[in-house]
Design a protein around this ligand. Structure first.
Ligand SMILES: Nc1ncnc2c1ncn2[C@@H]1O[C@H](COP(=O)(O)OP(=O)(O)OP(=O)(O)O)[C@@H](O)[C@H]1O
Ligand SMILES: [Mg+2]
Length: 328
């Protein structure tokens, strides 16, 4: 979208993958009947997708970051770029697909019912691993993928090659997923996980991938596929995290819950800050949990996310339950 910065001014983090816009209704009393109009006070338009949400959260935490993604040549694509820039996020590695529209989700909220989603994959359909080559030509300190498995052209072997390149240069790789229904997700994961430092699915995604519902067994299975650290998150149920060094169950920080959108993406941003600052695995998990919890206090993926000093103040005042897992 603009001239890439010189290598010396490259951001330490590249957040690659899915970007989209969400069209949201506030909670309406019921779905309109055919031909009926229901008036609401506002119909917000938000940006979403793992690459966008995690980069916006990093922006709030004061970390320079650029996004690698695809948008369409339309008003929604321009809205994404504008929103990212206003959040302090670099957009120089976002490319425009001349043929496909920007990815969009229509989110219909009916009072007392689960949200309904209507989605078009749009330009995300064409996102390939080679799209990130310019962004990682100077290897970043952290390459984050949000989200693997939902981007149909993001090939496991090709992504593995980019992860390998970043790691060989001393960087870290962080992988998040979204699983759009049943599918063969194990094969592409087996290609990428041996090159992944932090793998963070939520427990529902892990269950779809593995057919296994126990978070500890889920984490063990992904470790056996080669991931260095596996974090299985469970919303307000906290997480399970396994690595060579640590096997723990961690609770969640108590916060007033408003909207879960983007909690996992904000969690990733907190973890990435920990990696950049050379924090221990336990400190990374604690900071990530605090940032994830901050997100769900407000509507949307970004507005609630802590600034860096707010995260530190919160951590100084709150404790999170940590329990070592007994090895079997
Ligand atoms: N209601 C909550 N209260 C406190 N912490 C939360 C809550 N929801 C999420 N978190 C924190 O964020 C982490 C990740 O949340 P979650 O498991 O919901 O991710 P996710 O399902 O990937 O979210 P999403 O895909 O919507 O971004 C949790 O492990 C927890 O630390
Ligand atoms: Mg998630």
């Amino acid at each position: 979208m603009s001239t890439p910065p010189s290598p010396s001014s490259r951001p330490p983090v590249i957040s690659a993958g899915m970007v989209l816009v969400d069209h949201l209704t506030p909670p309406i009393p019921r779905l309109p009947r055919a031909g009926e109009l229901i008036a609401v006070d506002e119909l917000p338009l938000n940006i979403g997708g793992g690459a966008a949400n995690t980069s916006m959260a990093l922006g709030r935490l004061g970390v320079p970051v650029s996004v690698s993604a695809r948008i369409g040549d339309d008003a929604f694509g321009r809205f994404i770029v504008e929103s990212l820039r206003s959040g302090g996020v670099g957009t120089e590695f976002i490319t425009t697909d001349p043929k496909l529209p920007t990815s969009q989700t229509l989110i219909v909220n009916v009072q007392g019912e689960d949200r309904r989603f209507i989605h078009t994959l749009g330009a995300n359909r064409g996102y390939v691993a080679a799209d990130m080559d310019e962004a990682i030509s100077t290897p970043p300190k952290v390459l984050h993928i949000g989200y693997f498995l939902i981007l149909p052209q993001l090939d496991g072997a090709e992504l593995a090659r980019r992860f390998d390149r970043v790691r060989k240069a001393g960087g870290h790789t962080v992988l998040d997923v979204v699983t759009p229904g049943e599918g063969n997700y194990v094969e592409p994961l087996k290609q990428v996980l041996p090159h992944t430092d932090v793998f963070k699915p939520n427990t529902d995604e892990a269950a779809l991938i593995l057919g296994e519902h126990d978070p500890i067994r889920q984490a063990r299975a992904f470790r056996e596929m080669g991931a260095r650290r596996v974090v299985i998150t469970m919303g307000d149920g906290g997480l399970v995290s396994l690595s060579d060094e640590n096997e723990v169950r961690m609770g969640a920080f108590p916060v007033p819950f408003v909207d879960g959108t983007g909690g996992g993406d904000a969690f990733n941003a907190g973890y990435i800050v920990g990696l950049l600052e050379g924090k221990s695995e336990m400190e990374c998990l604690t900071l990530a949990s605090a940032v994830g919890a901050s997100c769900v206090r407000e509507v949307g993926a970004t507005p609630g996310v802590f600034r860096r000093h707010e995260a530190d103040e919160f951590l100084a005042r709150h404790e999170i339950p940590i329990e070592r897992i007994q090895r079997v």
